[in-house]
Design a protein around this ligand. Sequence first.
Ligand code: HEM
Length: 215
Amino acid sequence: MDSFSTLIRTASHEEHVEAETSTFMSDMLGGRLGVDAFARYTEQLWFVYEALETSVERLAGDPVAGPFIRPELMRLASLERDLEHLRGPGWRASLSALPATRAYADRVRECAERWPGGYVAHHYTRYLGDLSGGQIIRDKAERTWGFARKGDGVRFYVFEGIPNPAAFKRMYRGLLDAVPADDLEKQRIIAECKAAFALNTGVFRALGEEFPLSA
Ligand code: HEM
């Protein structure tokens, strides 16, 4: 039987392609959108990471979610620096979540509070993605809007504490493979991972509506 890390990757492959090829992502990576679209997207990420990272101290002691809680992954401080750069010092006052983002963050918070396995699904979907495709997004953003390489605006994508992402991803897959869950719970985690991708796609859809190419 395949390892859990292989199962979760292959089971979410279709959802990954859908997120990756969403109109908003394609337009953003194609350099067809203004920096305001990137800033709006970064704002939405703030709500998601706020939900992922506010309960980490409590979750660190959980047998299922605990091993995944790693300080070098934490993104909220980087997001806040990026938002200050993108929106200015008043960024917090003008911050607002799209309804799709609210739904995503609410689900993450619910898992963080009540279901460690579900939290792992959301953790995997975001952080392993950020360490992978996130690097492509950073490169594109730097070229399209002229951010300093790995500097303000794209710090979210820079994991200062992870000098070797490939090695870190291998270690992370080992954590997934060692997760103390039976087969049924693993199936539930995989289903939550697909739901997590769908929630991301929902945010992209809403952003695509807010930033249509030919209005
Ligand atoms: C245009 C946007 C995206 C691009 C170009 C992209 C690209 C990639 C690439 C190249 C990998 C493989 C890395 C490797 O095998 O080491 C990857 C993995 C991954 N991506 Fe994306 N991605 C994008 C969007 C997303 C989104 C929106 C999510 C979810 C929120 C996501 C979640 C993941 C996850 C969880 C993995 C790890 C798969 C695994 O090895 O288990 N990606 N991505």
